[in-house]
Design a protein around this ligand. Structure first.
Ligand SMILES: Nc1ncnc2c1ncn2[C@@H]1O[C@H](COP(=O)(O)OP(=O)(O)OP(=O)(O)O)[C@@H](O)[C@H]1O
Ligand SMILES: [Mg+2]
Length: 255
């Protein structure tokens, strides 16, 4: 199986804190890859580096066989097929649910600024196509019926699903989800798990940070465990769950 994403020796410090230390991992195409670890282990920093929100001090990222330029900004990586959601939801609360998803479509819009001012026929056709695509993403996450509502009126769980729809609207190959089940009740969490399984079936590669061990074990093909910025264990869910270092670092030695 080919790797869609590879990290080699990725290191990042903040002042005196080494948030990531020589992190190397391979994410095979079409799999769900979990990243777990205690608070402050470096999981979000890892996502920030993969998606261009932070630069690494050293190390390389290889996406689809190509080394990524170290200083490419997020929007360039989005165009390449890397999308994400955020640990702290980042939606435009005063905009409609549909408009939030349309934000994710802008990189695929065909029309020039002039065409949009003149509202040419091509512009209107493109606008309709983008709208249809955005609606189909809302359908995928089961939010189509809320399209006209303000994003801020959605429940916490639905806002997380809306973030996923917006990320999907960019047509990613790799989708990185930072704690997508945070704040969800058990039913929402099960629905999320079904959605992620569906996305994987659609051919998407998923990177998943999650504290809910049953969700992680149920859906991930492989899991990397971070502790103090280092990958301490990597493998399939069974191997990881029973690894003594994981039990000590992640479960506090109680399992
Ligand atoms: N922008 C920043 N400035 C300074 N320190 C940072 C910054 N981002 C992260 N850190 C530090 O890097 C370390 C790793 O943080 P990170 O947010 O990546 O952890 P995490 O594994 O996502 O934790 P959590 O489970 O709480 O979300 C922490 O010590 C954190 O304080
Ligand atoms: Mg985090």
């Amino acid at each position: 199986m080919t790797d869609l994403l590879q990290l080699q020796g990725v290191t990042r410090s903040f002042g005196g804190i080494v948030a990531l230390n020589q992190v190397s991992l391979c994410v095979p195409q079409g799999t769900v890859y979990g990243v777990i670890g205690p608070n402050g282990a470096g999981k979000t920093t890892l996502f920030n580096i993969i998606t261009g929100f932070y630069y690494a001090d050293s190390g390389i990222r290889i996406f689809n066989g190509e080394v990524l330029p170290s200083r490419w900004p997020p929007h360039k990586l989005t165009r390449l097929g890397i999308a994400r959601t955020f640990q702290n939801i980042r939606l435009f609360g005063q905009m409609s649910v549909l408009d939030n998803v349309l934000v994710g479509r802008y990189i695929h819009a065909q029309s020039s600024v002039l065409a949009s001012i003149l509202r040419t026929r091509a512009f209107i056709a493109d606008e309709c196509a983008q709208r249809e695509y955005a609606l189909s993403m809302l359908r995928k996450v089961n939010l189509e019926h809320r399209a006209a509502d303000l994003a801020m009126s959605l429940s916490y769980g639905d806002q997380r699903r809306l973030e996923i729809a917006r990320a999907l609207a960019t047509e990613p190959r790799l989708l990185a989800l930072d704690e997508p089940a945070a704040g969800m009740n058990a039913q929402e969490s099960r629905a999320l798990s079904d959605l992620l399984a569906q996305l994987r079936q659609d051919g998407l590669t998923l990177l998943l940070i999650e504290h809910d061990m049953s969700l992680v074990s149920g859906i991930c093909d492989r899991i990397a465990v971070l502790d103090f910025g280092e990958v301490i264990v990597e493998g399939d869910p069974e191997t990881v769950r029973h690894h003594p270092q994981v039990i000590a670092a992640y479960l506090g030695g109680s399992a």
